[in-house]
Design a protein around this ligand. Structure first.
Ligand code: SF4
Ligand code: SF4
Ligand code: SF4
Length: 321
Protein backbone atom coordinates (compact mmCIF):
# COMPACT_ATOMS: atom_id res chain seq x y z
CA UNK A 1 0.00 0.00 0.00
CA UNK A 2 1.39 3.44 -0.95
CA UNK A 3 1.50 6.43 1.30
CA UNK A 4 -1.81 8.03 2.24
CA UNK A 5 -2.51 11.65 1.39
CA UNK A 6 -3.76 13.28 4.57
CA UNK A 7 -5.07 16.66 5.70
CA UNK A 8 -5.75 17.92 9.22
CA UNK A 9 -7.66 21.15 9.65
CA UNK A 10 -8.82 23.26 12.57
CA UNK A 11 -11.90 25.42 12.21
CA UNK A 12 -13.51 26.99 15.33
CA UNK A 13 -11.16 25.09 17.57
CA UNK A 14 -8.82 25.47 20.55
CA UNK A 15 -6.01 23.43 19.02
CA UNK A 16 -6.38 20.66 21.62
CA UNK A 17 -7.45 18.11 19.01
CA UNK A 18 -4.30 18.80 16.98
CA UNK A 19 -2.18 18.38 20.08
CA UNK A 20 -3.98 15.13 20.90
CA UNK A 21 -2.75 13.71 17.58
CA UNK A 22 0.81 14.37 18.72
CA UNK A 23 -0.06 12.67 22.03
CA UNK A 24 0.21 9.31 20.27
CA UNK A 25 3.91 9.94 21.03
CA UNK A 26 6.46 7.82 19.15
CA UNK A 27 3.72 6.27 17.01
CA UNK A 28 3.59 9.60 15.21
CA UNK A 29 6.74 8.39 13.40
CA UNK A 30 4.71 5.49 11.99
CA UNK A 31 2.07 7.99 10.86
CA UNK A 32 4.80 10.01 9.17
CA UNK A 33 6.09 6.88 7.39
CA UNK A 34 2.61 6.04 6.17
CA UNK A 35 1.22 9.49 5.33
CA UNK A 36 2.04 12.57 3.30
CA UNK A 37 0.47 15.70 4.79
CA UNK A 38 -1.08 18.21 2.41
CA UNK A 39 -2.61 20.48 5.06
CA UNK A 40 -2.01 20.78 8.80
CA UNK A 41 -2.00 24.46 9.79
CA UNK A 42 -0.92 23.93 13.40
CA UNK A 43 2.16 22.02 12.26
CA UNK A 44 3.27 23.57 8.98
CA UNK A 45 2.71 26.59 6.77
CA UNK A 46 0.40 25.28 4.07
CA UNK A 47 -1.50 27.62 1.73
CA UNK A 48 -5.22 27.26 0.97
CA UNK A 49 -4.41 27.89 -2.71
CA UNK A 50 -2.27 24.72 -2.76
CA UNK A 51 -5.22 22.70 -1.44
CA UNK A 52 -7.57 24.35 -3.95
CA UNK A 53 -5.20 23.28 -6.73
CA UNK A 54 -5.31 19.57 -5.74
CA UNK A 55 -7.41 17.23 -7.88
CA UNK A 56 -10.78 16.32 -6.33
CA UNK A 57 -10.59 13.32 -3.92
CA UNK A 58 -6.81 13.63 -3.83
CA UNK A 59 -6.74 13.37 -0.04
CA UNK A 60 -7.40 9.86 1.31
CA UNK A 61 -8.23 11.15 4.78
CA UNK A 62 -9.06 14.52 6.32
CA UNK A 63 -9.38 14.94 10.08
CA UNK A 64 -11.47 18.09 10.53
CA UNK A 65 -11.49 19.45 14.05
CA UNK A 66 -13.37 22.47 15.30
CA UNK A 67 -16.89 23.67 14.68
CA UNK A 68 -18.09 25.87 11.81
CA UNK A 69 -18.35 29.41 13.19
CA UNK A 70 -17.59 31.63 10.22
CA UNK A 71 -17.41 31.75 6.44
CA UNK A 72 -13.75 30.73 6.36
CA UNK A 73 -14.54 27.58 8.37
CA UNK A 74 -17.41 26.81 5.94
CA UNK A 75 -15.25 27.41 2.87
CA UNK A 76 -12.61 25.00 4.19
CA UNK A 77 -15.25 22.41 5.13
CA UNK A 78 -16.63 22.51 1.58
CA UNK A 79 -13.18 22.52 0.01
CA UNK A 80 -11.92 19.61 2.09
CA UNK A 81 -15.11 17.64 1.42
CA UNK A 82 -14.43 18.05 -2.29
CA UNK A 83 -10.76 17.12 -2.01
CA UNK A 84 -11.12 14.12 0.33
CA UNK A 85 -12.25 10.51 0.08
CA UNK A 86 -12.84 10.21 3.85
CA UNK A 87 -13.86 13.28 5.81
CA UNK A 88 -13.83 12.69 9.57
CA UNK A 89 -15.46 15.02 12.10
CA UNK A 90 -12.67 14.85 14.65
CA UNK A 91 -13.39 15.86 18.23
CA UNK A 92 -16.48 17.21 19.98
CA UNK A 93 -16.51 20.58 18.22
CA UNK A 94 -16.72 19.06 14.75
CA UNK A 95 -18.93 16.20 15.98
CA UNK A 96 -21.67 18.13 17.79
CA UNK A 97 -20.51 21.75 18.06
CA UNK A 98 -18.51 21.37 21.27
CA UNK A 99 -17.63 24.29 23.50
CA UNK A 100 -17.91 26.92 20.70
CA UNK A 101 -21.57 25.98 20.21
CA UNK A 102 -22.43 27.15 23.72
CA UNK A 103 -22.53 30.50 21.93
CA UNK A 104 -25.75 29.28 20.30
CA UNK A 105 -27.51 30.15 23.54
CA UNK A 106 -27.04 33.79 22.60
CA UNK A 107 -26.89 35.71 19.32
CA UNK A 108 -24.21 37.15 17.08
CA UNK A 109 -25.30 40.64 18.19
CA UNK A 110 -25.12 39.63 21.85
CA UNK A 111 -21.61 38.22 21.38
CA UNK A 112 -20.38 41.32 19.53
CA UNK A 113 -21.86 43.66 22.12
CA UNK A 114 -20.25 41.75 24.98
CA UNK A 115 -16.88 41.19 23.31
CA UNK A 116 -16.44 44.61 21.71
CA UNK A 117 -18.54 47.00 23.80
CA UNK A 118 -19.55 46.00 27.31
CA UNK A 119 -16.91 43.68 28.78
CA UNK A 120 -14.87 45.19 31.62
CA UNK A 121 -11.63 44.83 29.69
CA UNK A 122 -12.94 46.61 26.57
CA UNK A 123 -11.55 50.02 25.61
CA UNK A 124 -13.44 50.90 22.44
CA UNK A 125 -14.56 54.56 22.59
CA UNK A 126 -15.42 54.60 18.88
CA UNK A 127 -17.59 51.50 19.35
CA UNK A 128 -16.01 49.68 16.43
CA UNK A 129 -17.61 46.33 15.62
CA UNK A 130 -15.96 43.92 13.13
CA UNK A 131 -17.18 44.27 9.54
CA UNK A 132 -16.50 41.81 6.75
CA UNK A 133 -15.25 44.61 4.45
CA UNK A 134 -13.23 47.68 5.37
CA UNK A 135 -11.82 50.30 3.00
CA UNK A 136 -8.24 51.37 3.70
CA UNK A 137 -5.95 53.59 1.60
CA UNK A 138 -4.40 50.51 0.02
CA UNK A 139 -7.75 49.03 -1.04
CA UNK A 140 -10.43 46.85 0.58
CA UNK A 141 -9.73 44.45 3.44
CA UNK A 142 -12.00 41.47 4.05
CA UNK A 143 -12.36 39.18 7.04
CA UNK A 144 -14.56 36.07 7.33
CA UNK A 145 -18.24 36.56 8.11
CA UNK A 146 -19.15 35.62 11.70
CA UNK A 147 -22.27 33.45 11.48
CA UNK A 148 -25.39 33.88 13.61
CA UNK A 149 -24.80 30.42 15.11
CA UNK A 150 -22.21 27.64 15.34
CA UNK A 151 -22.62 24.49 13.24
CA UNK A 152 -21.38 20.94 13.67
CA UNK A 153 -19.47 19.76 10.60
CA UNK A 154 -22.27 17.52 9.29
CA UNK A 155 -24.67 20.48 9.36
CA UNK A 156 -22.56 22.02 6.62
CA UNK A 157 -21.14 19.13 4.55
CA UNK A 158 -21.47 15.37 4.24
CA UNK A 159 -19.32 13.56 6.84
CA UNK A 160 -18.03 9.98 6.60
CA UNK A 161 -17.08 9.27 10.22
CA UNK A 162 -17.10 10.84 13.67
CA UNK A 163 -14.37 10.60 16.28
CA UNK A 164 -15.75 12.07 19.52
CA UNK A 165 -13.95 13.60 22.49
CA UNK A 166 -12.64 16.91 23.75
CA UNK A 167 -10.08 16.00 22.68
CA UNK A 168 -10.25 12.38 21.49
CA UNK A 169 -8.24 9.92 23.56
CA UNK A 170 -4.79 9.45 21.90
CA UNK A 171 -5.05 5.64 22.08
CA UNK A 172 -8.35 5.79 20.20
CA UNK A 173 -6.81 8.20 17.69
CA UNK A 174 -4.05 5.70 17.05
CA UNK A 175 -6.57 2.89 16.54
CA UNK A 176 -8.39 4.99 13.94
CA UNK A 177 -5.20 6.03 12.14
CA UNK A 178 -3.82 2.48 12.22
CA UNK A 179 -7.06 1.15 10.72
CA UNK A 180 -6.94 3.66 7.86
CA UNK A 181 -3.20 3.24 7.29
CA UNK A 182 -3.39 -0.57 7.16
CA UNK A 183 -6.50 -0.55 5.00
CA UNK A 184 -8.52 -2.44 7.65
CA UNK A 185 -12.25 -2.66 6.90
CA UNK A 186 -14.08 0.41 8.17
CA UNK A 187 -17.57 0.42 9.68
CA UNK A 188 -20.52 1.77 7.70
CA UNK A 189 -20.40 5.41 6.68
CA UNK A 190 -21.80 7.68 9.35
CA UNK A 191 -20.44 5.58 12.23
CA UNK A 192 -18.83 6.94 15.35
CA UNK A 193 -15.33 5.43 15.46
CA UNK A 194 -12.65 5.52 18.12
CA UNK A 195 -15.25 5.10 20.86
CA UNK A 196 -17.40 2.45 22.52
CA UNK A 197 -21.05 1.61 22.11
CA UNK A 198 -22.22 1.79 25.73
CA UNK A 199 -22.98 4.55 28.19
CA UNK A 200 -19.99 5.57 30.30
CA UNK A 201 -21.77 4.36 33.47
CA UNK A 202 -21.74 0.82 32.05
CA UNK A 203 -17.93 0.79 32.16
CA UNK A 204 -17.33 2.94 35.26
CA UNK A 205 -15.93 1.14 38.30
CA UNK A 206 -16.91 3.65 40.97
CA UNK A 207 -19.06 2.02 43.66
CA UNK A 208 -22.80 2.55 43.56
CA UNK A 209 -24.36 2.89 46.98
CA UNK A 210 -27.86 2.32 45.64
CA UNK A 211 -28.71 5.56 47.37
CA UNK A 212 -29.12 7.80 44.35
CA UNK A 213 -31.79 10.12 45.68
CA UNK A 214 -30.82 13.70 45.30
CA UNK A 215 -32.06 16.29 47.78
CA UNK A 216 -29.72 19.00 46.56
CA UNK A 217 -26.89 19.49 44.11
CA UNK A 218 -23.32 19.98 45.21
CA UNK A 219 -20.50 21.58 43.28
CA UNK A 220 -17.00 20.18 42.95
CA UNK A 221 -15.42 23.48 44.00
CA UNK A 222 -17.12 23.44 47.39
CA UNK A 223 -17.53 19.72 48.20
CA UNK A 224 -15.42 16.90 49.57
CA UNK A 225 -16.34 13.61 47.96
CA UNK A 226 -15.49 9.95 48.26
CA UNK A 227 -13.08 9.10 45.41
CA UNK A 228 -14.42 5.53 45.21
CA UNK A 229 -18.16 6.26 45.01
CA UNK A 230 -20.36 7.25 42.07
CA UNK A 231 -20.61 11.02 41.79
CA UNK A 232 -24.36 10.99 41.30
CA UNK A 233 -24.76 9.01 44.52
CA UNK A 234 -23.00 11.90 46.24
CA UNK A 235 -25.16 14.64 44.69
CA UNK A 236 -22.55 15.72 42.15
CA UNK A 237 -23.74 15.89 38.55
CA UNK A 238 -21.89 13.41 36.35
CA UNK A 239 -22.97 13.00 32.73
CA UNK A 240 -22.01 9.31 32.64
CA UNK A 241 -25.60 8.13 32.01
CA UNK A 242 -25.86 10.11 28.77
CA UNK A 243 -22.28 9.88 27.47
CA UNK A 244 -20.67 7.34 25.15
CA UNK A 245 -17.85 5.27 26.61
CA UNK A 246 -14.43 5.02 25.00
CA UNK A 247 -12.43 7.83 26.59
CA UNK A 248 -10.73 5.42 28.99
CA UNK A 249 -12.71 6.92 31.90
CA UNK A 250 -10.29 9.80 31.93
CA UNK A 251 -12.20 12.08 34.28
CA UNK A 252 -14.26 9.75 36.44
CA UNK A 253 -11.54 7.19 37.09
CA UNK A 254 -8.17 8.80 36.49
CA UNK A 255 -8.82 12.40 37.52
CA UNK A 256 -11.54 11.81 40.14
CA UNK A 257 -13.77 14.36 38.44
CA UNK A 258 -17.34 13.98 37.13
CA UNK A 259 -17.86 13.35 33.43
CA UNK A 260 -18.86 16.45 31.48
CA UNK A 261 -20.07 14.51 28.45
CA UNK A 262 -17.39 15.15 25.83
CA UNK A 263 -17.75 11.76 24.09
CA UNK A 264 -21.26 12.69 23.04
CA UNK A 265 -24.38 10.60 23.13
CA UNK A 266 -24.43 6.80 23.20
CA UNK A 267 -26.02 5.10 20.16
CA UNK A 268 -29.48 4.62 21.61
CA UNK A 269 -29.92 8.24 22.72
CA UNK A 270 -31.05 11.06 20.44
CA UNK A 271 -30.35 14.05 22.70
CA UNK A 272 -27.67 14.16 25.35
CA UNK A 273 -29.12 17.00 27.41
CA UNK A 274 -32.66 15.64 27.39
CA UNK A 275 -31.39 12.24 28.51
CA UNK A 276 -29.49 13.80 31.40
CA UNK A 277 -32.49 15.85 32.45
CA UNK A 278 -34.59 12.68 32.42
CA UNK A 279 -31.94 10.81 34.44
CA UNK A 280 -31.71 13.58 37.02
CA UNK A 281 -35.49 13.91 37.11
CA UNK A 282 -35.75 10.31 38.26
CA UNK A 283 -33.15 10.93 40.97
CA UNK A 284 -34.48 14.08 42.58
CA UNK A 285 -36.02 13.13 45.90
CA UNK A 286 -39.13 15.30 45.86
CA UNK A 287 -42.69 15.20 44.57
CA UNK A 288 -43.75 18.78 45.13
CA UNK A 289 -43.12 20.79 41.90
CA UNK A 290 -41.82 23.78 43.85
CA UNK A 291 -39.37 21.62 45.76
CA UNK A 292 -38.25 19.94 42.52
CA UNK A 293 -37.72 23.36 40.95
CA UNK A 294 -35.76 24.50 44.00
CA UNK A 295 -33.44 21.47 43.88
CA UNK A 296 -32.98 21.67 40.11
CA UNK A 297 -32.35 25.40 40.40
CA UNK A 298 -29.29 24.77 42.55
CA UNK A 299 -27.40 23.98 39.37
CA UNK A 300 -26.34 27.16 37.60
CA UNK A 301 -26.48 27.34 33.79
CA UNK A 302 -28.35 24.08 33.33
CA UNK A 303 -28.50 24.24 29.54
CA UNK A 304 -24.75 24.79 29.48
CA UNK A 305 -24.28 21.89 31.87
CA UNK A 306 -26.32 19.35 29.91
CA UNK A 307 -25.38 20.52 26.40
CA UNK A 308 -21.78 21.53 27.09
CA UNK A 309 -20.50 19.67 24.05
CA UNK A 310 -23.64 19.11 21.99
CA UNK A 311 -25.43 22.45 21.79
CA UNK A 312 -25.20 22.64 17.98
CA UNK A 313 -26.76 19.21 17.54
CA UNK A 314 -29.26 19.00 20.40
CA UNK A 315 -33.03 19.28 20.41
CA UNK A 316 -32.90 22.84 21.74
CA UNK A 317 -31.05 23.98 18.64
CA UNK A 318 -33.40 22.13 16.31
CA UNK A 319 -36.36 23.69 18.11
CA UNK A 320 -34.86 27.17 17.71
CA UNK A 321 -34.23 26.49 14.02
S1 SF4 B 1 -13.02 19.18 20.75
FE1 SF4 B 1 -12.09 20.13 22.57
S2 SF4 B 1 -9.90 19.88 22.23
FE2 SF4 B 1 -10.90 19.61 20.23
S3 SF4 B 1 -10.93 21.64 19.30
FE3 SF4 B 1 -12.86 21.39 20.38
S4 SF4 B 1 -12.49 22.34 22.40
FE4 SF4 B 1 -10.50 21.93 21.49
S1 SF4 C 1 -22.71 8.64 37.07
FE1 SF4 C 1 -20.51 9.00 36.73
S2 SF4 C 1 -19.52 8.20 38.58
FE2 SF4 C 1 -21.59 7.36 38.53
S3 SF4 C 1 -21.38 5.37 37.52
FE3 SF4 C 1 -21.89 6.90 35.93
S4 SF4 C 1 -19.92 7.54 35.14
FE4 SF4 C 1 -19.51 6.56 37.09
S1 SF4 D 1 -15.04 11.17 31.46
FE1 SF4 D 1 -16.55 12.27 30.21
S2 SF4 D 1 -15.78 14.37 30.00
FE2 SF4 D 1 -14.08 13.07 30.74
S3 SF4 D 1 -13.00 12.45 28.87
FE3 SF4 D 1 -14.49 10.86 29.33
S4 SF4 D 1 -16.32 11.40 28.15
FE4 SF4 D 1 -15.02 13.22 28.25
Amino acid sequence: MGKLNVGVYWAASCGGCDVAILDIHEKVLKVKEACDFFLWPIAMDFKYADVEALPDKHLDLVLFNGAVRNSENKHLAELLRKKSKLLVAFGSCAHTGGIPALANFTTKQGIFERAYLTSDSTDNPQKVIPKTKVKVPEGELTIPEFFERVFALDQVVDVDYYVPGCPPNPERIWEVLAAVVTGAPLPPKGSVIGAGTKALCDTCERKRTGDKKITGFKRVATTDWDPEVCFLDQGLVCLGPCTRDGCGLQCVQHSNMPCRGCYGLPPDISDQGAKMIAALGSLIDAKDPEEIARIAGELPDQAGYYYRFSAAAGLLERRKA
